[in-house]
Write a protein that binds this ligand. Structure first.
Ligand SMILES: Nc1nc2c(c(=O)[nH]1)N[C@H]1C(S)=C(S)[C@@H](COP(=O)(O)OP(=O)(O)OC[C@H]3O[C@@H](n4cnc5c(=O)[nH]c(N)nc54)[C@H](O)[C@@H]3O)O[C@H]1N2
Ligand SMILES: Nc1nc2c(c(=O)[nH]1)N[C@H]1C(S)=C(S)[C@@H](COP(=O)(O)OP(=O)(O)OC[C@H]3O[C@@H](n4cnc5c(=O)[nH]c(N)nc54)[C@H](O)[C@@H]3O)O[C@H]1N2
Ligand code: SF4
Ligand SMILES: [Mo]
Length: 692
């Protein structure tokens, strides 16, 4: 190491299950290299292409370095620099004036731009709680699956990712890890070398499906039917583990009855796959002791996403796969980390806590919420939105309405950002935020079971400030004197974890900062002896809580809102099911403006099956119009059987303004919500495609 060079221990902040441990090399105050920590058991010294180029993002010439005030029309993107004093004064004055009438007219809008617990919902949550602003239901990604898991297992808990290496059969279900979780894929590859069979269950022959031994291309939104038909075979052929079922599950008799409705023949028709495929899959699953399911979010973005998750989650409890560390299911492990959300976000600061809470706005229907005039049921019209860690104008469904809402002249919008995103173009005030290399944070993960520290590597760029600092300054401007508004980022990180919990394994924040990461203390096979965090302590095939909430207490297939079978009238005009999963070199809408990565993705594309293309006179490479009643976008057609018949695939998520027509896939997606968890239905979307 040369003098003036040192390495800082950090963590990848992005919304990705892998949450890599980073080593940032800093030379004379400049970050010159970001690498994976070779010692960290899942990172293993490797990063994805996006974050390996992190310095390109941090030192990007377009970084926002000063507060800005809008001088053009909303959405136009013309701004002038202003001072922090002026920006904070104006924001505090506007929010103060609105909250004097009704603070619920103010809405925070945030997601997982950073997954850090400090720069996420800590000081920001305290600020909005004290203000009495509307609460935000953060549903845009995972809440259908998370709710399905909660009713079945009790929380977002599952297999430890390292144990997949010993699995003999891995079902990669609604998941495309070569794109979305490369470190899991590395483990699956090692399992394959040791003899495991990999099966992809996905309507699209994704990069991952292409490399599995078998690909089952079912129709979107039909996973529950497949899982229930597998149960039908497992139960009727007695391939289940009776002892595990008797000791560690609830409701087997009812589940058995429900599964009888889904013969392989019926499921074959629903899913658009051969019955024999289902029977063979069930037999193989039942016969393999170390059978593991990597379930992921792609399969819960249709109307029945919550119930589909529940149905799949029942499988390893039926066969007793949970007995082995290399058996079971992993959707998310985020529920294992002993995070103290109440200490971080302080809901007790809410004016009516705990009896009378402000109204809740669902982030997935922000388009409708912003266009609502206000009434007794909805509450006051939204008058101000403060956006951080998210880019709703690009990522939220039915984008036409989202843009219309953000375009309202009478809406006061503040956006905390690194870049001038599609959303920032609609802001009245834009505030420059620091990136992960410039601020402190602490992380849990949803795809592994370690805590990580992120030490700042470099000084903030320009006048950028960490989110937590921005909300501290705003709280001060509001004149709030509570001590909790004075907590430093270091203190927030300390408060983020219940260090006395046995899972924190005697760790401390001070130690974590030094070491960079620490394994949670968990059993290797978490549910070998039951111990599910449900009310019964068992895996709940039958959920009493669901029955009490007026929901179907058993897993079932809930047909999509929009499919040829479930909505034939709509399908006459819009016969193709469109899905828009992530492109490998973007991360949601982050990185789209990093030139090298955007160039590698190329341009907005649409994969279409040769039969569907021929019927429409579409040739390879031709520009097409993708449309339905909600909107239209243009894309370059790729005629390929990677897309099964009846399904088109537009890899996402483009910044609208960097697409040639200023549009992205969310022009056509709908604001309708899933059966459980009030989540969006991005992959439940009929369209028609025409040559341009
Ligand atoms: N490179 C990269 N990595 C990412 C992201 C990114 O944008 N880029 N995003 C991150 C985030 S926020 C998330 S939530 C995850 C998302 O990553 P995943 O959880 O893997 O989910 P998706 O990529 O949405 O979908 C995965 C696969 O499901 C398929 N699919 C679509 N509909 C269905 C269906 O009805 N049933 C089944 N069985 N499969 C279906 C899609 O074709 C896709 O190949 O990845 C994270 N990692
Ligand atoms: N059609 C379609 N739409 C989708 C999806 C899909 O598959 N198809 N996927 C959905 C999913 S799974 C998700 S999770 C959502 C993701 O939606 P978002 O959470 O909005 O994710 P990003 O688009 O990455 O936007 C995050 C923004 O936060 C900013 N940011 C990052 N770190 C910080 C920080 O420290 N401070 C501040 N102030 N800003 C920061 C980034 O610059 C970026 O612009 O999109 C959803 N939308
Ligand atoms: S985006 Fe995912 S794979 Fe890439 S560095 Fe971050 S955590 Fe690792
Ligand atoms: Mo997500």
């Amino acid at each position: 190491m040369t003098s003036g060079t040192h390495v800082v221990r950090a963590a990848c902040p992005h919304d990705c299950p892998d949450t890599c441990a980073l080593h940032v090399t800093v030379e004379n105050g400049v970050a010159i290299k970001v690498q994976g920590d070779p010692e960290h058991p899942t990172t293993k010294g490797v990063l994805c292409t996006k974050v390996a180029r992190y310095t390109e993002r941090t030192y990007h010439p377009d970084r926002l370095l000063h507060p800005l005030k809008r001088i053009g029309a909303k959405g136009e993107g013309r701004f002038k620099p202003i001072s922090w004093e002026e920006a904070l004064d104006e924001i505090a004055a506007r929010l103060g004036e609105i909250s004097a009438r009704d603070p619920q007219a103010i809405v925070p809008y945030s997601y997982a731009g950073t997954m850090g617990l400090v720069q996420g919902e800590s000081m920001a949550a305290r600020f909005f709680h004290k203000l009495g602003a509307s609460l935000l239901d953060r549903t845009i990604c995972a809440s259908a699956g998370a709710t399905g898991l909660r009713y079945t297992y009790g929380a977002s808990v599952g297999m430890q990712v390292e144990h997949f290496v010993d699995s003999k059969l891995i079902l990669i279900w609604g998941s495309n890890p070569i794109t979305s979780s490369v470190h899991f894929w590395a483990i699956a590859q090692e399992a394959k070398r040791r003899g495991a069979k990999l099966v992809a269950i996905d309507p699209y022959r994704s990069l991952t499906a292409e490399k599995c031994h078998q690909h089952i291309a079912l129709l979107p939104g039909t996973d529950a039917a497949l899982a229930l038909a597998m149960m039908h075979v497992l139960i009727n052929e007695d391939l289940v583990d009776h002892e595990y079922i008797a000791r560690h599950t609830v409701g087997f008799a009812q589940l058995k009855e429900r599964a009888q409705r889904y013969s392989p023949a019926r499921a074959a028709e629903i899913c658009g796959i051969p019955a024999q495929t289902i029977i063979a899959l069930a037999r193989e699953y039942g016969a393999t002791r170390q059978s593991a399911i990597r379930l992921n979010y792609g399969m819960q973005r249709a109307k029945g996403g919550g119930q589909a998750t529940r149905a799949v989650a029942c499988l390893p409890a039926l066969t007793g796969a949970w007995r082995d560390p290399a058996g079971g299911l992993l959707m998310s492990t985020s529920g294992f980390a002993p995070v103290d959300n109440a200490a971080l976000g302080r809901p007790d600061l809410l004016p009516g806590w705990p009896q009378r809470l402000p109204r809740t706005i669902n982030m997935s229907t922000i388009g409708d919420a912003l266009c609502h005039p206000g009434d007794a049921e909805f509450g006051p019209k939204v008058e101000a939105v403060v956006v951080y860690n998210s880019n709703p104008v690009a990522v939220a469904p039915e984008s036409g309405k989202v843009a219309k809402g953000f375009g309202r002249e009478d809406l006061f919008t503040v956006v905390l950002e690194h870049f001038q995103t599609d959303t920032a173009d609609y802001a009245d005030i834009v505030l420059p935020a620091t990136t992960q290399l410039e601020h402190l944070d602490i992380h849990k993960a949803y795809g592994h079971t370690y805590l990580l520290a992120n030490n700042p590597a470099i000084a903030p760029m320009g006048e950028a400030k960490p989110n937590a600092e921005i909300f501290r300054l705003l709280a001060d401007r509001m004149g709030w004197q509570e001590a909790c508004f004075k907590d430093s980022d270091d203190q927030l990180a300390e408060q983020a974890v219940r260090w006395d919990d046995s899972r924190a394994a005697g760790g401390s924040w001070a130690q974590l900062k030094q070491d960079g990461w620490k394994a949670l203390n968990l059993p290797d096979a978490p549910f070998a002896q039951g111990n599910f965090p449900t009310p019964s302590g068992k895996c709940e095939f039958y959920s009493e809580r669901m029955a009490q909430a007026g929901l179907d207490p058993l897993p079932d297939w809930v047909p999509p809102y929009e499919s040829v079978a479930s909505n034939p009238v709509l399908a006459e005009r819009f016969p193709l099911a469109m899905i828009s999963p992530p492109a490998r070199n973007f991360l949601n809408s982050s990185f789209v403006n990093v030139d090298s990565l955007r160039k590698s993705v190329g341009e907005p594309t649409l994969d279409i099956h040769p039969d569907d293309a021929r019927m429409r006179g579409i040739a390879e490479g031709q520009m097409v119009r993708v449309f339905n009643e909600r909107g239209t976008l243009n894309a370059k057609a790729h005629v390929t059987d990677k897309a099964r018949e009846g399904v088109v695939v537009g890899l996402s998520l483009w910044w609208k303004k960097l697409a040639p027509d200023g549009k992205n896939a969310n022009e056509v997606t709908s604001q309708r919500l899933t059966d459980l968890g009030n989540a969006p239905t991005f992959y439940d979307c009929l369209v028609e495609v025409a040559a341009l």
